[in-house]
Design a protein around this ligand. Structure first.
Ligand code: IVH
Length: 759
């Protein structure tokens, strides 16, 4: 029965069965939404099903179920599991899609480590398409199993993991503390048998008028759905398996190499993948990849690529991690799965920074086991058949509504429209005209020089931007308020009596609710408990770290990493705000200079160009007559390593925009902002500002910086009164002189290495 089918003629029995079916479908959709266990249904379908459920309940109040979906406010069922903070974060992997990306991976590593052409060994192993699990053993006993979650905090699934035969519960000869990581998956044969069992049971259930179970779409969903069962006896009845391939906290090193560690895991009783090989460089990696790709269809379980890792564990440690992926490993993905379907329409979504993103509405089609009805079309150039530099893509073919298009998806990324079949273009098809006004608020949508994206200029008056900003604000990596997710944000944004239109409204919600006649707890879908829980969860987040707050604001270019660099640099929120206010005249001059530079660049596409562009820039800056303190504050900001003029400008603009600034000040007034965590105490360089200059011999600049930051130091690109230490290699020039003038302690590379040795 479709979401829209008429309910007026339902008999009582039919209504009961339909409510049961809806409870099931909506619960699954909810799980998929929060935990990605199953292919999602669209938000519109979800809402339509919820409305249908409410309509049937209104017609048959006596049939309302105890687990009625109308009582649930999108709370993740996974809240039933306890939370586990991973001792060592569970990260994801960067991707490589072709041979060139693999060569780049090797190049990047060599560059980072400062290696020449000497041999460098890697391992290559299948990338299992399941879900990752971390197993903690203490003195050889399995004490805890946790899913990855957001990488920092996962779900406690210990009882469920104990039902998996491949997971040993007691291990002899293991280090005192040992976290083993790997992938839970389901074999093809077990998956087929499970779905056959569901089909057979459904025939019986149907006869008895019981609610039907939904088949699983693919083995990955089946594995995830089976592991994340609140009832471990259900997990036990599902045939799950486990490959071990990595580790977290270990009290003694497992080995000196990745290969050695895998052998050790096998010795300890884990199942490891026998297609793991040692390779001496990109060519060997790629030939192992091809071998695995050929065998893919006959392996009996799903894999979606091959993972390459640096073999030597000491080099892994030196390479370390970027924000969320290791530098020492990469996933070489298999080519994406393809399908052809009809493009039924193009919708424009407006994102948090105002970006207008075209979304293809497709006649639903199965791509690699998942039904796809939406795909990204990137931007207006892409639809027209051009890349960001104006060069032709798809031989210049544009994409029109009504066209027959090729859709592909690689792993878990958003499906994309790749190609168009002109031979099937319907007559009268017209080129797509990309809107130049925001479809949500009617403000002009403009493209800045060099930007592929057209953006709504409405700022916070644009409801779409405001809602997306709020959703970002309450996300997992930002304020992470339990019970206040994307769905609730949409609801509160529209709410007339108790609106949330800007972040500060979240923190005044409880007070406003108390003053309201229609209390939240009496509303449809809410109760005493859920309203109290929400207020408590909000209360819980009034104390917030500087970094999170800054990242939460959703300022363009101020991502997680930039927010961290800025927070470490200023330490206190107020200090940052004061510095930005002080630097404002310099920021304005910089913006004007950028604009002048653009004009000059466009006008002068000839020889003398460079000089003229530079001149126009300098002239503009000079014309602005920036006070000295303003320039100093600006230089200090753009001198923060990792922060360039683009980030600084964007941050400065956001804080100087009166509407945005007022909203931010209202928010901060509700909060207690805590300074960035004090860096590791033991480190002699913790909290110090360090500058590297000249040639480093034993490590590259990138490694030196990453290492210093890991030890709690701030790394700056320029010497100033705030610099604590200059590490100067041969060839150091003006920075060394300035440090001497300012009396900044200066040491050489070896002294630096001695200082941080053993840390
Ligand atoms: S190594 C620091 N090896 O892929 C990262 N991951 O896209 C350590 N995965 O979350 C991961 N097979 O769930 C590694 N042989 C393999 C893998 C593998 C599957 C998954 C894992 C990870 C995801 C990253």
């Amino acid at each position: 029965m479709s979401a829209g089918a008429d309910i007026t003629n339902l008999t009582k029995d039919e209504a009961r069965a339909e409510l049961a079916r809806l409870a099931d479908v909506l619960a699954r959709a909810n799980t998929a939404y929060h935990g990605a266990d199953a292919p999602e249904i669209s938000d519109a379908e979800f809402d339509a099903l919820k409305r249908r459920n409410a309509a049937i309940e209104a017609a048959f109040p006596a049939l309302k179920r105890a687990d009625s979906p109308s009582e649930q406010v999108g709370a993740a069922p996974s809240e039933g599991f306890g939370k586990v903070t991973h001792a060592v974060a569970m990260l994801s992997l960067g991707n490589a899609f072709d041979d060139r990306d693999v060569a780049d991976f090797d190049d990047r590593i060599r560059k980072y480590l400062g290696l020449g052409a000497e041999p460098l060994a890697y391992t290559a192993e299948p990338k299992i398409d399941g879900l990752s699990l971390s197993l903690r053993y203490e003195n050889g006993t399995l004490v805890q199993a946790a899913t990855r979650g957001d990488g920092a905090v996962g779900e406690n699934v210990t009882e469920n993991a104990r039902t998996i035969a491949d997971i040993p519960q007691e291990i002899a000869g293991a280090p005192a503390v040992m976290e083993i990581r790997g992938e839970v998956y389901m074999s093809h044969a077990d998956f087929d048998a499970l779905n056959a069992r569901i089909d057979a049971e459904n025939i019986e259930r149907e006869k008895n008028g019981k609610r039907l179970q939904t088949r699983f779409a693919n083995p990955r969903n089946a594995a995830a759905g089976s592991l994340r069962q609140l009832d471990a006896t259900i997990t036990r009845s599902r045939p799950l398996r486990f490959f071990a391939y990595a580790w977290g906290e270990v009290s003694d090193p497992l080995a000196e190499t990745q290969m050695g560690a895998i052998a050790r895991l096998a010795d300890l009783g884990f199942v490891t993948n026998d297609l793991t090989a040692l390779c001496d460089g990109p060519e060997a990696l790629i030939s192992h990849y091809r071998m695995i790709e050929e065998r893919r269809a006959t392996l009996g379980y799903d894999i979606d690529g091959v993972v390459y890792k640096i073999d030597r564990l000491d080099l892994q440690a030196r390479l370390g991690f970027r924000a969320s992926t290791p530098r020492w490993a990469v996933a070489h993905k298999f080519p994406a799965e393809l399908a052809w379907t009809r493009l039924e329409g193009i919708d424009i979504q407006v994102g948090r920074t105002g970006a207008l993103s075209p979304v293809a509405r497709l006649a639903p089609v199965t791509v690699g086991g998942v039904v796809v009805s939406n795909a990204t079309l990137h931007n207006e150039d892409y639809i027209e058949g051009r890349d960001s530099k104006g060069a032709e893509i798809r031989s210049g073919k544009d994409i029109r509504v009504g066209d027959w298009v090729q859709v592909y998806r690689a792993g878990d990324v958003i499906p994309k429209v790749a190609d168009v079949d002109l031979s099937k273009r319907p007559e009268g098809g017209v080129p797509y005209v990309f809107p130049t006004v925001c479809p949500e608020c009617g403000s002009p949508a403009v493209r800045e020089e060099g930007d592929a994206v057209r953006r709504c200029t409405g700022g916070l008056i644009c409801p779409a931007q405001a809602v997306e900003k709020l959703k970002h604000f309450v996300g997992r990596k930002t304020f992470d308020i339990e019970g206040l997710g994307a769905k609730q944000i949409e609801m509160f944004y529209e709410d007339e009596a108790l609106p949330i239109r800007e972040p500060s409204d979240i923190f005044t919600l409880e007070k406003r609710d108390a003053a309201n006649l229609a209390r939240l707890k009496n509303r449809h879908g809410w109760g005493d408990q859920s309203a109290a829980n929400l207020f408590a969860a909000i209360q819980d987040k009034r104390r917030i770290p500087f970094v999170r707050l800054l990242f939460s604001l959703g300022i363009r270019h101020v991502g997680e990493v930039a927010a961290k660099d800025i927070a470490l640099h200023y330490g206190e929120w107020v200090a940052m705000m004061d510095a930005l206010d002080l630097a404002r005249p310099a920021a304005l001059a910089n913006r004007a200079a950028d604009e002048a530079e653009d004009v000059e660049r466009r006008a002068a596409a000839d020889e003398g160009r460079r000089a003229r562009v530079k001149e126009s820039r300098d002239r503009t800056i000079a014309g602005h007559d920036v006070p000295r303190e303003a320039q100093a504050a600006w230089d200090d900001l753009i001198g923060v390593d990792g922060i360039g003029a683009t980030v600084a400008q964007s941050l400065s603009d956001a804080m100087a925009n009166p509407v945005e600034r007022a909203a931010i000040d209202r928010l901060v007034a509700e909060l207690e902002v805590t300074p960035p965590e004090a860096p590791a105490q033991e480190s002699p360089v913790a909290g110090k500002t360090v500058v590297f200059t000249g040639t480093l011999v034993q490590m590259t600049r990138a490694e030196a910086k990453a290492r210093a930051e890991a030890l709690g130091a701030k790394v700056s690109g320029s010497v100033s009164g705030k610099t604590d230490l200059l590490v100067a290699g041969p060839g150091a020039g003006s920075k060394a002189k300035k440090a001497a003038d300012l009396g900044v302690e200066t040491i050489d590379e070896q002294a630096w290495l001695d200082l941080i040795e053993g840390l």
